[in-house]
Design a protein around this ligand. Structure first.
Ligand code: ADP
Ligand code: MG
Length: 601
């Protein structure tokens, strides 16, 4: 038997490697743009024709190459960026494998003009299917101008495999976008078939996002900034209310490199989770700076994946950074519960008026504008109070807090009466900037949600033992779900045992759940679990807390006592995200004095 193993010629080896690195025009675009970035360019132009199938050209004003380097750059494993194995742990450039140009040259007709800044002449190279066909000195601008023509001209199978121009150009735009987002301090332009697609000047990161995705993003973005000893997370997230129905703008950059990272994606989705309306996705543009020694980018040939040494740590920082950003946004800066002195006048006391409490909802003698307050008339500036008074008194069912505390009484008494209910749906109260209107159901849901979430975390349930344990039967699959949630349900205060095949007997219930509610509640839990469990970003606890909160919250139409309103109010503002309802909408709004004045014009 003769020997049959032989080394492949370089051209074949390069073609095989090319299959890995260059899958479509967009991959070549990515490599060429990254080379321009690595070359320290301050301006990069991308020109494509026929979605890159006939031409991809990248012109940069970076460092350029000597004649020798220009030739070398097309050799496999030829790179200026690393020279020894240890360098792999301190990579600061986009490329480092030295494969891209060799791969591209194996499957296309490449023409490159390149010139070092301090040289008079540049070098022009032509390579087709890995074969050097021309090399000569030439006149050209400093930097590098590379043209890749007829991609896959010698690999018909690949060429035929390409999708329509529409699809291919979308991939190119995506790659362009990633590189442009990662490098806002470089100007980028893109032309397709002679028409400008992007013209991006150097700018801030935010301006770069806005310039790529459109002006409306200016108002949609929330800044994210978190620094720890080991990493910095910065950038922007889309406000929850602008979340999208399609998985859209989700960008992580690690040390300037776009990456996909399912685990970190979950960190962001988790931070958002309860704020996002169903079936929508958050937008984010997050940059993570980390010591290159703490990551491994060498695990994927196209390098969109990164391994973190301590993934859990990065996860926690990213999640907390996003949560903080949302939290800050949720608390409107105008929120202030100190009553403004000017508004205070509306609630000045009428001396000698006996105040009954808490039954009195209206006080027919209340005149908010009459100058009889103990503070003296000089405080009142509205002269025509008389007409106002009439108007006010003629109203039968006025919904103003009409119990008027004296100064001494104000503290204790007004405190309890500063809320009133509108249509058994909204709670209204005075704040510095105007009237705060709280949606009672959404507010209560938020309170309960955070309470249950905390219980799930802390595992210190408040459970009420039932005099008559509740026995319930379930379908086999539902029973299975309940079994799988046993730990969580226990943390919430459910104590239960298996009974028969698919039944359970509940001896203890959370302290605010009655025996009659338990069946409906568990059905909701199971339903929501089925619906959302497929959504990996939302964890069990959130599903559970949300199910319980929506089920147990006070409904519209329920009349609330002043104590209940106050309880809701205080509970809401003890929450981490008081202003955001579970469906992503708002729990409250403030009707500003200026808005009211506007309405009255
Ligand atoms: P890598 O980027 O992984 O090093 P490439 O095949 O993309 O490998 O490039 C090989 C080498 O060619 C680079 O290391 C760099 O020195 C040089 N090079 C490529 N493109 C440019 C460019 N636009 N400007 C300057 N040098 C370049
Ligand atoms: Mg490269």
């Amino acid at each position: 038997m003769s020997n049959i193993i032989k080394l492949l010629p370089d051209s074949v080896a390069n073609q095989i490697a090319a299959g890995e690195v260059i899958q479509r025009p967009a991959s070549a675009v990515k490599e060429l743009l990254e080379n321009a970035v690595d070359a320290g360019a301050s301006s990069v132009e991308l020109v494509v024709k026929d979605a890159g199938k006939t031409l991809i050209q990248v012109i940069d004003d970076g460092c350029g190459m000597s004649a020798f380097d220009a030739r070398m750059s097309f050799e496999r494993h030829a790179t200026s960026k690393i020279s020894k194995a240890e360098d792999l742990f301190s990579i600061k450039t986009m490329g480092f494998r030295g494969e891209a140009l060799a791969s591209i040259a194996a499957i296309a007709q490449v023409e490159m003009k390149t010139r070092l800044h301090d040289e008079e002449l540049g070098t022009c190279l032509k390579i087709e299917g890995s074969k050097l066909v021309r090399e000569e000195p030439c006149q050209c601008k400093p930097g590098t101008n590379i043209m890749v023509k007829n991609l896959f001209f010698n690999v018909p199978a690949r060429r035929n495999f390409l999708k329509s121009n529409n699809v291919e150009i979308r991939h190119i735009i995506e790659e362009f976008t990633r590189v442009a987002l990662a490098n806002p301090d470089i100007s980028f332009t893109m032309l397709h078939n002679g028409k400008p697609v992007f013209n991006l000047q150097k700018s801030s990161f935010k301006a770069r996002i806005v310039n790529i995705f459109g002006k409306t993003y200016d108002k949609k973005l929330l800044p994210v900034e978190q620094k720890t000893e080991l990493i910095t997370v910065s950038g922007f997230i889309g406000k929850p209310e602008f979340s999208k129905k399609t998985r859209g703008e989700q960008y992580f950059f690690v040390n300037g490199r776009f990456i996909k990272h399912a685990y970190l994606h979950h960190a962001v989705e988790n931070a958002f989770a309860e704020l996002l309306p169903a079936d929508t996705y958050p937008s984010y543009f997050l940059k993570i700076e980390i010591d290159p020694a703490d990551i491994d980018i060498n695990i994927h040939p196209t390098k969109t994946e990164v391994n973190f040494k301590d993934g859990r740590y990065v996860y926690a920082v990213v999640q907390s950074a996003v949560k903080q950003s949302i939290g800050k946004h949720s608390l409107t800066p105008t929120l202030d519960f100190d009553v403004d002195p000017a508004i205070d006048e509306l609630f000045q006391s009428v001396p000698g008026k006996e105040v009954k409490q808490p039954e009195i909802k209206t006080n027919p003698d209340y005149n908010p504008f009459k100058n009889t307050s103990s503070h003296g008339p000089e405080k009142h500036t509205r002269g025509d109070g008389g007409d106002w008074q009439k108007l006010y008194e003629n109203q039968e069912n006025r919904e103003m807090p009409a119990v008027i505390p004296s100064d001494e009484e104000k503290m204790s008494f007004a405190e309890q009466n500063k809320f009133f209910q509108v249509h058994n749906k909204y709670i209204v109260t005075n704040v510095r900037s105007g009237l705060m209107v709280i949606d009672q159901k959404k507010a209560h849901e938020r309170i309960l949600f955070e309470k249950f979430l905390n219980e799930l975390k802390n595992k210190k349930p408040v459970s009420q033992q039932q005099l008559f344990p509740v026995t319930l039967q379930f379908s086999p699959s539902d029973a299975e779900i309940l079994r799988s949630l046993k730990d969580e349900l226990t943390a919430l205060g459910f104590t239960f045992e298996k009974m028969g095949n698919n039944g359970f007997v509940f001896q203890g219930l959370p302290d605010n759940v009655s025996a009659s509610e338990v069946e409906g509640l568990l059905e909701t839990i199971v339903e929501n679990h089925k619906k959302e469990a497929s959504n990996l970003g939302i964890n069990k606890n959130i599903i559970l807390a949300r199910s319980l909160a929506s089920r147990l919250s006070v409904k519209y139409g329920k009349k609330l006592s002043p104590e209940e309103m106050e309880g809701l109010f205080n509970g809401l503002f003890a929450c981490e995200m008081p202003e955001t309802a579970l469906d992503g909408s708002k729990t409250l709004t403030i009707l500003k004095i200026s808005d009211i004045e506007e309405l009255l014009k």
